[in-house]
Design a binder for this molecule. Structure first.
Ligand code: GAR
Length: 184
C-alpha cells in the first residue's frame, strides 16, 4: 500500500506540483496551508486533491497547529512534506511527527540556513548553489540531509535568476528523495 503524504505550503506550490505529478510510490492525501488564498491550494483543489487551510491569524500558535495536526491525522497522513511552508513549526508539533517531516531548502545545507539563501550565496562569491531535502528537527534547517542537487552560479546572476535555476533542480530532486524516503 502506498504511503500517505501530506504537503504543507504557503505560496505558489511549484514543489507541491512536482510531488503530485511524480506520485507513484506515495499518495498525496492532503495539501494544507496557513494561507487560505495560496495559489498552490487553488491548484490542488482544481486537481481534486483534498485540501485544508487554517490561518494562524488571531489564534494561539498551539491552536493553529492543533487544527493542522487534526486535519493531517484525519486524512491518514503518515509523512509530511514541507514545500515552501514559510512558518516555523513548534517543538511540540515536530516531536509529534518526529522523523516523519521532510523539507526542501534552497541551499546546499549546512550552508545558508534560513532566508535569503541565493543573495547570500552570490554575495559570498560561491561558484555553486543548490538545494537540499532534509529531515525536519527542532533546529531550523538542521536535520539529516537526505539529498542535494547542485547548480552553477554564473556571472551576472541575481538572486532571482539563481532562484529560478535552483527551483528547477528542486523539482527534480524532491520527488526522487521523497520516493526514496517512503521506502525506508
Ligand atoms: C522553494 O524555493 C523552496 O525551496 C523555498 O521556498 C520556495 C517555494 O516555492 N523554501 C524555503 O525557503 C523554506 N525555508 P514553491 O512554493 O513554488 O514550491
Amino acid at each position: 500500500m502506498s504511503v500517505k503524504v501530506g504537503i504543507l505550503l504557503s505560496g505558489r506550490g511549484s514543489n507541491m506540483m512536482a510531488l503530485v505529478e511524480a506520485a507513484r510510490d506515495y499518495d498525496i492525501a492532503l495539501v494544507a496551508s496557513d494561507k487560505p488564498d495560496a495559489a498552490g491550494i487553488a491548484w490542488a483543489r482544481e486537481r481534486g486533491l483534498a485540501t485544508f487551510t487554517q490561518s494562524p491569524k488571531g489564534i494561539p500558535k498551539a491552536e493553529y497547529e492543533a487544527a493542522i495536526h487534526a486535519a493531517l491525522v484525519e486524512a491518514g497522513v503518515e509523512i509530511i512534506a514541507l514545500a515552501g511552508y514559510m512558518r516555523l513549526l513548534s517543538e511540540a508539533f515536530v516531536a509529534r511527527w518526529a522523523g516523519r517531516i521532510i523539507n526542501i531548502h534552497p541551499s546546499l545545507l549546512p550552508k545558508y540556513k534560513g532566508l535569503d539563501t541565493h543573495a547570500r550565496a552570490i554575495e559570498a562569491g560561491d561558484a555553486v548553489a543548490g538545494c537540499s531535502v532534509h529531515i525536519v528537527t527542532e533546529e531550523l534547517d538542521g536535520g539529516e540531509v537526505l539529498g542535494q542537487a547542485e547548480v552553477p552560479i554564473v556571472p551576472g546572476d541575481t538572486p532571482d535568476s539563481l532562484a529560478a535555476r535552483v527551483l528547477e533542480a528542486e523539482h527534480r530532486l524532491y520527488p526522487h528523495v521523497l520516493a526514496e524516503f517512503v521506502r525506508r
